[in-house]
Design a protein around this ligand. Structure first.
Ligand SMILES: Cc1cc2nc3c(=O)[nH]c(=O)nc-3n(C[C@H](O)[C@H](O)[C@H](O)COP(=O)(O)OP(=O)(O)OC[C@H]3O[C@@H](n4cnc5c(N)ncnc54)[C@H](O)[C@@H]3O)c2cc1C
Length: 490
């Protein structure tokens, strides 16, 4: 008989898991508390401007293509490779264009930051080695099953582990490699791609730069939100039922180790298998009795959150591209503030994403849609004054670095705070990527893709193995679907 699966949450993790399981012959229903899909990957339409609300950097599109080909869908998901990945601005006036062409990028770093071209190429090569050595071990399988430790690829990863930068931090390795602190800052920034601190996260995380420079950064036609739209289309084609405005309120546990049904809007829905796409904190806090809580995991340091201003701008800025970074002067202080003091610094690094550079319909003629984001700590009721102090610091910095009076050009505004992120997606304190990677064992300390206490409960998404961010959520769906197929499809 066909087995039934109830998935909690229609984020990227939940949607991609639903597609994989439906293609394996399971009957799948997804419960989403919001009236829209995508969780963090949703969109905002505001006074003629369109914004992607959360993620803006897209790597490894082949993981989406894999889902499309799984069911030979004719629904198109189109994207283009970026020629220039990021425009970097430093407060002394230095500007650097990070070209997607590695040779051009190394040449630019040589000209602007006086590093040897070969040093840059060698650094990216080592970061590629980190990725290639660990991808089979970390990204493509459950780390929590003994049988996965007895295969050749895993053994190779383990044998090479002394060379994987686990014993120095990202910053230490970057500082060893480069002479100019600006280059070090540029490479330290990759820690923020999973909400971590470069002064604490292991050098292994430097592998993220390999994804951008060797595998490429991309932009989906019509914006990031098309990822969600496409996954929903694939799920519907595969006969997945998605219930919106359907918060899961209770998981009815039959005996100590089996969930019998899901309660949503006061109706009990029986399922053979349950999968959760929620932040693990929300799962254990709201849906399971406290005796199931894995206390050590829950107490781990969280990844950072973000504060975002969505600004409609009535002007075009030719010096800006799709991804732009305005660096702070004191990166160490910025991360100390984020993770130790738990307060944003007064000189934050500012990220500006402008999709209307690629997608003209995202802003009216002659205008731009600015997604202005700074990293902030996840919410612990610190009483941070975002709307005046943080906003003033951001405006001041943009005015100085881009030589403008930005306030004059803002014609519409909306914001996203850590509290909003928690309210909209249930991620604890609005942390973006689950637990941080601020220690060398972070990869091992993520929650497994299955529950060790409840036999028919599986987990997917950014707070479980292998981690947060779109590509890792897609990897987690693959791992979880393989686990379910292996254990349940008897
Ligand atoms: C501002 C911001 C910027 C980011 N930038 C990037 C980036 O550039 N690149 C990148 O790769 N990643 C980025 N990320 C991270 C990325 O968005 C996430 O890692 C990813 O989208 C997480 O997907 P998920 O499926 O794990 O969870 P979520 O997107 O959090 O989805 C969980 C879903 O579960 C639903 N839910 C919660 N509780 C219940 C319940 N009780 N019942 C039913 N449904 C429930 C929620 O409504 C939500 O839809 C960013 C995130 C944010 C917020």
């Amino acid at each position: 008989m066909t087995k039934t699966v109830g998935i909690i949450g229609a984020g990227i993790g939940g949607l991609s898991l639903s597609i994989r399981l439906a293609n394996l012959g399971f009957k799948v229903t997804v419960f989403e508390k919001n009236s829209y899909p995508g969780g963090k990957l949703s969109e905002l339409i505001l006074d003629g401007f369109r914004f992607d609300k959360g993620p803006s950097l897209f790597t490894m599109p082949s993981l989406i293509d894999e889902l499309t080909t799984l069911q030979s869908s004719s629904h198109k998901f189109e994207y283009q490779k970026l020629d220039v990945i990021t425009n970097y601005f430093y407060s002394d006036g230095t500007q650097l264009k990070a070209s997607a062409n590695l040779d051009e990028f190394a040449e630019e770093v040589h000209i602007k930051l006086n590093e040897k071209k070969e040093t840059v190429l060698k650094h990216i090569k080592r970061n590629a080695f980190y990725f290639k050595t660990t991808e089979d071990l970390f990204l493509k399988q459950s780390l929590h099953q003994v049988k996965n430790f007895i295969n050749l690829k895993t053994l190779k990863g383990i044998l090479l582990s002394p060379f994987l930068g686990l014993f120095s931090t990202m910053h230490q390795k970057n500082e060893q490699a480069f002479s100019n602190p600006k280059t070090v800052q540029l490479f330290d920034r990759y820690a923020t791609y999973n909400g971590s601190n470069p002064y604490k996260a292991p050098a292994l995380i430097n592998m993220i730069s390999h994804l951008e420079f060797n595998l490429g950064a991309y932009f989906p036609k019509n914006g990031m939100h098309q990822i969600t739209t496409h996954l929903v289309k694939l799920a519907e084609e595969a006969n997945v039922t998605i219930k919106y405005d359907a918060p899961v309120e209770t998981l009815n546990i039959e005996s100590d180790n089996l969930i019998k049904s899901i309660k949503s809007n006061n109706i009990n829905y029986p399922f053979d298998i349950i999968a959760s796409d929620l932040d693990i904190h929300a799962l254990y806090k709201y849906l399971l009795p406290t005796s199931f809580t894995p206390k050590k995991l829950i107490q781990q340091e969280k990844s950072s959150s973000a504060y975002v201003f969505y600004w409609g701008i009535n002007k075009e800025f030719s010096q800006l591209g799709l991804h732009n970074i305005l660096f702070s002067d004191d990166y160490k202080k910025e991360f100390d503030n984020l993770f130790s003091k738990q307060f944003p610094t007064d000189d934050p690094t500012i990220y500006i994403n402008i999709t209307s550079k690629y997608c003209k319909n995202d802003a009216p003629e002659g205008c731009e849609n600015w997604f202005v984001m700074v990293n902030v700590p996840h919410n612990k009721n610190q009483n941070i004054d975002y709307s005046t102090t943080l906003r003033e610091n951001i405006v001041k910095k943009i005015n100085t670095m881009l030589k403008t009076d930005i306030e004059k050009h803002i014609v519409t505004e909306s914001t996203l705070s850590p509290i909003d992120i928690e309210r909209q997606t249930s991620s604890v304190g609005g942390s973006l990527y689950g637990n941080s990677s601020n220690n060398k064992f972070a990869a091992f300390l993520r929650h497994a893709n299955f529950s060790s206490k409840i036999k028919n409960l599986y987990l997917v998404g950014g707070s479980v193995h292998p981690g947060g961010g779109i590509p890792l959520c897609l990897f987690s769906a693959k791992i979880t679907s393989e686990l379910i197929a292996d254990r349940e499809k008897k």
